[in-house]
Design a protein around this ligand. Sequence first.
Ligand SMILES: *Cc1c(COP(=O)(O)O)cnc(C)c1O
Length: 383
Amino acid sequence: MKRKEFLPFCQASLDKDEFKEVESCLRSGWLTMGNKVLEFEKSFAEYTGTKFALAVNSCTAALHLALLAHGLGPGDEVLVPSFTFTSTVNVIIHAGAKPIFVDINRATLNIDPEDVKKKITKKTKAIIAVHYAGLPADLTALSAIATENNLILIEDAAHAVGSKYKEKQIGSHGNTTCFSFYATKTITTGEGGMVTTDDPNIAEYVMRSRLHGISKDAWKRYLKGGSWKYDVLQPGYKCNMTDVQAAMGIHQLKKLEGFINRRKEIVDAYDVGFASNAMVGSLAIPANVRHSHHLYPLLLTSYNRDRFIEEMNDFNIGTSVHFIPVHQFTYYKENFPVKKSDMAVTNEVFEKIVSLPLYPSMKNRDIDYIIKVVNNLTTQDKK
Ligand SMILES: *Cc1c(COP(=O)(O)O)cnc(C)c1O
Protein backbone atom coordinates (compact mmCIF):
# COMPACT_ATOMS: atom_id res chain seq x y z
CA MET A 1 0.00 0.00 0.00
CA LYS A 2 3.03 2.25 0.23
CA ARG A 3 2.93 5.05 -2.36
CA LYS A 4 5.90 5.45 -4.65
CA GLU A 5 6.14 9.20 -4.89
CA PHE A 6 6.82 11.47 -1.96
CA LEU A 7 3.79 13.52 -0.99
CA PRO A 8 5.19 16.91 0.00
CA PHE A 9 4.08 18.67 3.15
CA CYS A 10 3.02 21.74 1.20
CA GLN A 11 2.66 22.95 -2.34
CA ALA A 12 1.62 26.30 -3.77
CA SER A 13 -1.35 26.44 -6.16
CA LEU A 14 -0.15 28.54 -9.07
CA ASP A 15 -1.45 28.19 -12.61
CA LYS A 16 -1.69 30.01 -15.92
CA ASP A 17 -3.22 33.12 -14.34
CA GLU A 18 -0.12 33.77 -12.23
CA PHE A 19 2.24 32.67 -15.03
CA LYS A 20 0.64 35.08 -17.51
CA GLU A 21 0.57 38.00 -15.11
CA VAL A 22 4.21 37.49 -14.09
CA GLU A 23 5.21 37.24 -17.74
CA SER A 24 3.35 40.43 -18.62
CA CYS A 25 5.07 42.10 -15.71
CA LEU A 26 8.51 40.98 -16.90
CA ARG A 27 7.71 42.08 -20.46
CA SER A 28 6.55 45.49 -19.28
CA GLY A 29 10.05 46.19 -18.04
CA TRP A 30 8.75 47.54 -14.71
CA LEU A 31 10.09 45.07 -12.19
CA THR A 32 10.09 46.78 -8.84
CA MET A 33 7.21 48.35 -6.90
CA GLY A 34 4.68 49.89 -9.25
CA ASN A 35 1.10 49.61 -10.44
CA LYS A 36 0.73 45.91 -9.75
CA VAL A 37 1.68 46.43 -6.11
CA LEU A 38 -0.91 49.21 -5.93
CA GLU A 39 -3.54 46.95 -7.49
CA PHE A 40 -2.73 44.13 -5.07
CA GLU A 41 -2.88 46.51 -2.10
CA LYS A 42 -6.20 47.91 -3.24
CA SER A 43 -7.81 44.50 -3.65
CA PHE A 44 -6.33 43.32 -0.35
CA ALA A 45 -7.75 46.33 1.50
CA GLU A 46 -11.14 45.69 -0.10
CA TYR A 47 -11.04 41.99 0.72
CA THR A 48 -10.09 42.47 4.36
CA GLY A 49 -12.23 45.55 4.84
CA THR A 50 -9.45 47.86 5.99
CA LYS A 51 -8.63 51.43 5.00
CA PHE A 52 -4.97 50.77 4.25
CA ALA A 53 -3.03 47.75 3.01
CA LEU A 54 0.71 48.23 2.54
CA ALA A 55 2.69 45.53 0.77
CA VAL A 56 6.15 44.58 1.99
CA ASN A 57 8.61 41.81 1.20
CA SER A 58 7.68 39.52 4.13
CA CYS A 59 5.47 39.20 7.17
CA THR A 60 8.64 39.55 9.23
CA ALA A 61 9.17 43.02 7.73
CA ALA A 62 5.47 43.77 8.28
CA LEU A 63 5.77 42.91 11.99
CA HIS A 64 9.00 44.85 12.37
CA LEU A 65 7.55 47.99 10.78
CA ALA A 66 4.32 47.58 12.77
CA LEU A 67 6.27 47.60 16.05
CA LEU A 68 8.26 50.66 14.99
CA ALA A 69 5.16 52.43 13.67
CA HIS A 70 3.60 52.07 17.11
CA GLY A 71 6.70 53.56 18.68
CA LEU A 72 7.91 50.44 20.47
CA GLY A 73 11.54 50.40 21.46
CA PRO A 74 14.07 50.16 24.29
CA GLY A 75 12.54 49.83 27.75
CA ASP A 76 9.26 48.40 26.42
CA GLU A 77 7.99 44.90 27.04
CA VAL A 78 6.00 43.08 24.38
CA LEU A 79 3.86 40.06 25.28
CA VAL A 80 4.14 37.33 22.68
CA PRO A 81 3.37 33.61 22.50
CA SER A 82 6.41 31.33 22.44
CA PHE A 83 4.36 28.95 20.30
CA THR A 84 4.99 30.79 17.01
CA PHE A 85 7.55 31.16 14.26
CA THR A 86 10.74 32.76 15.52
CA SER A 87 10.34 35.91 13.42
CA THR A 88 7.34 37.02 15.53
CA VAL A 89 9.78 37.33 18.43
CA ASN A 90 12.97 38.29 16.56
CA VAL A 91 11.37 41.54 15.40
CA ILE A 92 10.75 42.59 19.01
CA ILE A 93 14.51 42.41 19.54
CA HIS A 94 15.12 44.29 16.28
CA ALA A 95 12.89 47.08 17.57
CA GLY A 96 14.99 47.20 20.74
CA ALA A 97 12.15 46.03 22.98
CA LYS A 98 11.98 43.00 25.27
CA PRO A 99 9.90 39.91 24.47
CA ILE A 100 7.91 38.43 27.36
CA PHE A 101 6.74 34.92 26.53
CA VAL A 102 3.11 34.02 27.13
CA ASP A 103 1.67 30.52 27.30
CA ILE A 104 -1.12 29.23 25.07
CA ASN A 105 -4.63 27.98 25.69
CA ARG A 106 -4.76 24.18 25.60
CA ALA A 107 -7.98 24.03 23.57
CA THR A 108 -7.12 26.51 20.79
CA LEU A 109 -3.29 26.70 20.96
CA ASN A 110 -3.66 30.47 20.74
CA ILE A 111 -2.23 33.02 23.18
CA ASP A 112 -3.88 32.61 26.58
CA PRO A 113 -5.56 35.87 27.71
CA GLU A 114 -5.34 34.77 31.36
CA ASP A 115 -1.58 34.39 31.09
CA VAL A 116 -1.37 37.73 29.25
CA LYS A 117 -2.98 39.40 32.29
CA LYS A 118 -0.50 37.75 34.66
CA LYS A 119 2.50 38.98 32.70
CA ILE A 120 1.59 42.64 32.42
CA THR A 121 4.04 44.96 34.20
CA LYS A 122 4.56 48.71 34.24
CA LYS A 123 6.80 48.30 31.19
CA THR A 124 4.33 46.35 29.06
CA LYS A 125 3.43 48.28 25.93
CA ALA A 126 2.07 45.76 23.45
CA ILE A 127 0.65 42.31 22.80
CA ILE A 128 1.28 40.35 19.61
CA ALA A 129 -1.49 37.83 18.98
CA VAL A 130 -0.74 35.02 16.54
CA HIS A 131 -3.72 33.37 14.86
CA TYR A 132 -2.27 29.88 15.09
CA ALA A 133 -2.93 27.64 12.07
CA GLY A 134 -5.52 30.15 10.86
CA LEU A 135 -7.74 29.96 13.94
CA PRO A 136 -8.34 33.51 15.20
CA ALA A 137 -7.11 34.27 18.70
CA ASP A 138 -9.61 35.48 21.31
CA LEU A 139 -9.74 39.06 20.06
CA THR A 140 -12.58 40.03 22.40
CA ALA A 141 -10.60 39.13 25.52
CA LEU A 142 -7.33 40.51 24.15
CA SER A 143 -8.89 43.81 23.05
CA ALA A 144 -10.46 44.24 26.50
CA ILE A 145 -7.09 43.63 28.18
CA ALA A 146 -5.37 45.99 25.76
CA THR A 147 -7.90 48.77 26.34
CA GLU A 148 -7.87 48.36 30.11
CA ASN A 149 -4.08 48.48 30.31
CA ASN A 150 -3.45 50.94 27.51
CA LEU A 151 -1.58 48.39 25.38
CA ILE A 152 -1.17 48.16 21.63
CA LEU A 153 -2.53 44.98 20.06
CA ILE A 154 -0.76 43.77 16.93
CA GLU A 155 -1.99 40.71 15.04
CA ASP A 156 0.39 38.22 13.43
CA ALA A 157 -1.98 36.92 10.78
CA ALA A 158 0.67 35.00 8.83
CA HIS A 159 -1.70 32.01 8.87
CA ALA A 160 -4.95 33.87 8.81
CA VAL A 161 -5.58 35.53 5.48
CA GLY A 162 -9.27 34.84 4.91
CA SER A 163 -9.97 33.89 8.53
CA LYS A 164 -12.88 35.62 10.23
CA TYR A 165 -13.57 36.47 13.84
CA LYS A 166 -17.23 37.12 14.62
CA GLU A 167 -18.12 37.43 10.91
CA LYS A 168 -15.43 40.05 10.28
CA GLN A 169 -12.26 39.41 8.32
CA ILE A 170 -8.99 39.20 10.20
CA GLY A 171 -7.37 42.54 9.49
CA SER A 172 -10.56 44.52 10.07
CA HIS A 173 -10.66 44.46 13.87
CA GLY A 174 -9.03 47.83 14.38
CA ASN A 175 -5.49 46.57 15.06
CA THR A 176 -2.37 46.73 12.94
CA THR A 177 -2.33 43.30 11.30
CA CYS A 178 0.50 41.53 9.48
CA PHE A 179 0.05 38.89 6.78
CA SER A 180 2.48 36.52 5.05
CA PHE A 181 2.62 35.39 1.44
CA TYR A 182 5.62 33.11 1.94
CA ALA A 183 5.74 30.09 -0.37
CA THR A 184 4.08 27.74 2.14
CA LYS A 185 1.29 30.07 3.19
CA THR A 186 -2.37 30.02 2.17
CA ILE A 187 -1.76 32.48 -0.66
CA THR A 188 1.72 33.20 -1.92
CA THR A 189 3.87 35.69 -3.77
CA GLY A 190 6.99 33.57 -3.19
CA GLU A 191 8.07 35.96 -0.48
CA GLY A 192 5.83 38.77 0.62
CA GLY A 193 3.78 40.36 3.35
CA MET A 194 1.14 43.00 4.04
CA VAL A 195 0.35 45.44 6.82
CA THR A 196 -3.29 46.43 7.22
CA THR A 197 -4.50 49.30 9.39
CA ASP A 198 -7.23 51.92 9.59
CA ASP A 199 -4.83 54.44 11.13
CA PRO A 200 -3.43 56.93 8.58
CA ASN A 201 -0.39 57.64 10.77
CA ILE A 202 0.57 53.97 10.96
CA ALA A 203 -0.01 53.62 7.21
CA GLU A 204 2.13 56.66 6.52
CA TYR A 205 4.96 55.32 8.70
CA VAL A 206 4.92 51.91 7.00
CA MET A 207 4.76 53.45 3.53
CA ARG A 208 7.79 55.59 4.24
CA SER A 209 9.92 53.18 6.23
CA ARG A 210 9.56 50.31 3.74
CA LEU A 211 11.39 52.46 1.17
CA HIS A 212 14.39 54.09 2.86
CA GLY A 213 12.34 56.65 4.77
CA ILE A 214 11.89 58.64 1.59
CA SER A 215 8.87 60.91 1.32
CA LYS A 216 5.93 58.92 -0.03
CA ASP A 217 5.46 57.81 -3.61
CA ALA A 218 9.23 57.79 -4.04
CA TRP A 219 8.88 54.86 -6.44
CA LYS A 220 7.16 57.16 -8.94
CA ARG A 221 10.35 59.11 -9.49
CA TYR A 222 11.25 57.07 -12.58
CA LEU A 223 7.89 57.59 -14.30
CA LYS A 224 7.33 60.39 -16.80
CA GLY A 225 6.60 63.50 -14.85
CA GLY A 226 8.04 61.97 -11.69
CA SER A 227 10.38 64.17 -9.75
CA TRP A 228 14.03 63.35 -9.18
CA LYS A 229 13.79 65.26 -5.91
CA TYR A 230 13.07 63.49 -2.70
CA ASP A 231 13.62 63.98 0.97
CA VAL A 232 14.54 61.45 3.67
CA LEU A 233 12.44 61.86 6.79
CA GLN A 234 13.94 58.96 8.78
CA PRO A 235 16.55 56.25 8.19
CA GLY A 236 14.12 53.74 6.70
CA TYR A 237 14.50 50.15 5.57
CA LYS A 238 14.30 48.40 2.20
CA CYS A 239 11.42 46.00 2.32
CA ASN A 240 8.94 46.99 -0.36
CA MET A 241 7.16 44.40 -2.45
CA THR A 242 7.90 44.16 -6.20
CA ASP A 243 5.44 44.09 -9.10
CA VAL A 244 6.66 40.58 -9.98
CA GLN A 245 5.48 39.38 -6.57
CA ALA A 246 2.24 41.37 -6.67
CA ALA A 247 1.48 39.84 -10.09
CA MET A 248 1.10 36.50 -8.30
CA GLY A 249 -0.70 37.98 -5.32
CA ILE A 250 -3.45 39.59 -7.41
CA HIS A 251 -4.53 36.18 -8.73
CA GLN A 252 -3.87 34.27 -5.54
CA LEU A 253 -6.23 36.59 -3.67
CA LYS A 254 -8.99 36.00 -6.25
CA LYS A 255 -8.65 32.27 -5.62
CA LEU A 256 -8.52 32.47 -1.84
CA GLU A 257 -12.18 31.60 -1.15
CA GLY A 258 -11.87 28.52 -3.35
CA PHE A 259 -8.61 27.55 -1.61
CA ILE A 260 -10.22 27.82 1.82
CA ASN A 261 -13.24 25.77 0.72
CA ARG A 262 -10.99 22.99 -0.55
CA ARG A 263 -8.89 23.15 2.64
CA LYS A 264 -12.08 22.79 4.67
CA GLU A 265 -13.06 19.68 2.69
CA ILE A 266 -9.69 18.12 3.43
CA VAL A 267 -9.90 19.04 7.12
CA ASP A 268 -13.40 17.53 7.33
CA ALA A 269 -12.10 14.32 5.72
CA TYR A 270 -9.22 14.19 8.23
CA ASP A 271 -11.57 14.82 11.16
CA VAL A 272 -13.88 12.02 10.06
CA GLY A 273 -10.91 9.74 9.34
CA PHE A 274 -9.42 10.20 12.81
CA ALA A 275 -12.68 10.42 14.74
CA SER A 276 -12.42 6.92 16.18
CA ASN A 277 -8.64 6.92 16.64
CA ALA A 278 -7.99 7.50 20.33
CA MET A 279 -4.28 8.05 19.71
CA VAL A 280 -4.75 11.37 17.95
CA GLY A 281 -6.68 14.42 18.94
CA SER A 282 -7.54 17.33 16.71
CA LEU A 283 -8.42 20.75 18.01
CA ALA A 284 -11.67 22.38 18.97
CA ILE A 285 -12.84 25.25 16.78
CA PRO A 286 -14.97 27.92 18.50
CA ALA A 287 -18.31 28.68 16.84
CA ASN A 288 -17.72 32.38 16.19
CA VAL A 289 -14.85 32.07 13.72
CA ARG A 290 -14.01 31.09 10.20
CA HIS A 291 -10.78 29.10 10.19
CA SER A 292 -8.56 29.54 7.11
CA HIS A 293 -7.17 26.03 7.73
CA HIS A 294 -3.64 27.02 6.92
CA LEU A 295 -2.41 24.05 8.96
CA TYR A 296 -3.82 20.74 10.18
CA PRO A 297 -2.10 20.14 13.50
CA LEU A 298 -2.51 16.69 14.98
CA LEU A 299 -1.90 16.02 18.67
CA LEU A 300 -0.40 12.59 19.23
CA THR A 301 -1.89 11.83 22.61
CA SER A 302 0.05 8.63 23.20
CA TYR A 303 2.48 8.05 20.38
CA ASN A 304 6.02 9.31 20.02
CA ARG A 305 5.96 12.34 17.75
CA ASP A 306 9.53 12.14 16.46
CA ARG A 307 9.14 8.50 15.59
CA PHE A 308 5.78 9.25 13.92
CA ILE A 309 7.47 11.80 11.64
CA GLU A 310 10.15 9.27 10.63
CA GLU A 311 7.57 6.60 9.97
CA MET A 312 5.41 8.96 7.91
CA ASN A 313 8.51 9.83 5.93
CA ASP A 314 9.10 6.10 5.32
CA PHE A 315 5.58 5.98 3.92
CA ASN A 316 6.47 8.93 1.64
CA ILE A 317 4.40 11.52 3.45
CA GLY A 318 5.91 14.88 4.34
CA THR A 319 5.01 16.41 7.70
CA SER A 320 6.20 19.37 9.70
CA VAL A 321 6.13 20.75 13.25
CA HIS A 322 4.50 24.06 14.11
CA PHE A 323 6.21 25.19 16.20
CA ILE A 324 9.41 24.59 18.09
CA PRO A 325 8.69 27.01 20.97
CA VAL A 326 10.83 30.11 20.54
CA HIS A 327 11.89 30.14 24.22
CA GLN A 328 13.61 26.78 23.62
CA PHE A 329 16.05 28.16 21.03
CA THR A 330 19.63 28.82 22.15
CA TYR A 331 19.54 32.59 21.73
CA TYR A 332 16.34 32.94 23.72
CA LYS A 333 17.38 30.44 26.39
CA GLU A 334 20.54 32.44 26.96
CA ASN A 335 19.02 35.91 26.82
CA PHE A 336 15.36 35.58 27.85
CA PRO A 337 15.14 32.45 30.02
CA VAL A 338 11.74 31.33 31.28
CA LYS A 339 10.81 28.79 33.92
CA LYS A 340 9.50 25.48 32.61
CA SER A 341 6.35 25.85 34.67
CA ASP A 342 5.77 29.20 33.03
CA MET A 343 5.35 27.59 29.61
CA ALA A 344 3.64 24.38 30.72
CA VAL A 345 1.07 24.11 27.92
CA THR A 346 3.48 25.23 25.21
CA ASN A 347 6.09 22.66 26.30
CA GLU A 348 3.55 19.86 26.55
CA VAL A 349 1.90 20.59 23.20
CA PHE A 350 5.23 20.90 21.40
CA GLU A 351 6.16 17.32 22.36
CA LYS A 352 2.98 15.96 20.78
CA ILE A 353 2.22 18.11 17.80
CA VAL A 354 2.71 17.44 14.12
CA SER A 355 1.24 19.10 11.02
CA LEU A 356 -0.15 16.94 8.22
CA PRO A 357 -0.11 17.93 4.54
CA LEU A 358 -2.92 20.37 3.72
CA TYR A 359 -3.20 22.23 0.43
CA PRO A 360 -5.82 22.66 -2.30
CA SER A 361 -4.08 20.53 -4.94
CA MET A 362 -4.12 17.39 -2.76
CA LYS A 363 -6.10 14.58 -4.36
CA ASN A 364 -8.79 12.70 -2.49
CA ARG A 365 -6.70 9.56 -2.80
CA ASP A 366 -3.78 11.38 -1.14
CA ILE A 367 -6.02 12.24 1.79
CA ASP A 368 -7.35 8.67 2.08
CA TYR A 369 -3.79 7.37 1.99
CA ILE A 370 -2.65 9.70 4.77
CA ILE A 371 -5.62 8.78 6.96
CA LYS A 372 -4.93 5.09 6.45
CA VAL A 373 -1.22 5.41 7.22
CA VAL A 374 -1.80 7.57 10.32
CA ASN A 375 -4.41 5.20 11.70
CA ASN A 376 -2.32 2.11 10.98
CA LEU A 377 0.83 3.55 12.51
CA THR A 378 -0.70 4.98 15.65
CA THR A 379 -2.88 2.03 16.53
CA GLN A 380 -0.17 -0.58 16.02
CA ASP A 381 0.88 -2.35 19.16
CA LYS A 382 4.06 -0.36 19.80
CA LYS A 383 4.37 2.94 21.51
C1 LIG B 1 5.57 32.37 8.29
C2 LIG B 1 5.33 33.11 9.55
C3 LIG B 1 5.88 34.38 9.77
C4 LIG B 1 6.88 35.01 8.85
O1 LIG B 1 6.41 35.18 7.57
P1 LIG B 1 7.45 35.62 6.41
O2 LIG B 1 6.53 36.17 5.36
O3 LIG B 1 8.16 34.39 6.00
O4 LIG B 1 8.34 36.65 6.98
C5 LIG B 1 5.52 35.06 10.91
N1 LIG B 1 4.70 34.51 11.83
C6 LIG B 1 4.19 33.28 11.68
C7 LIG B 1 3.26 32.74 12.71
C8 LIG B 1 4.51 32.53 10.54
O5 LIG B 1 4.05 31.28 10.41
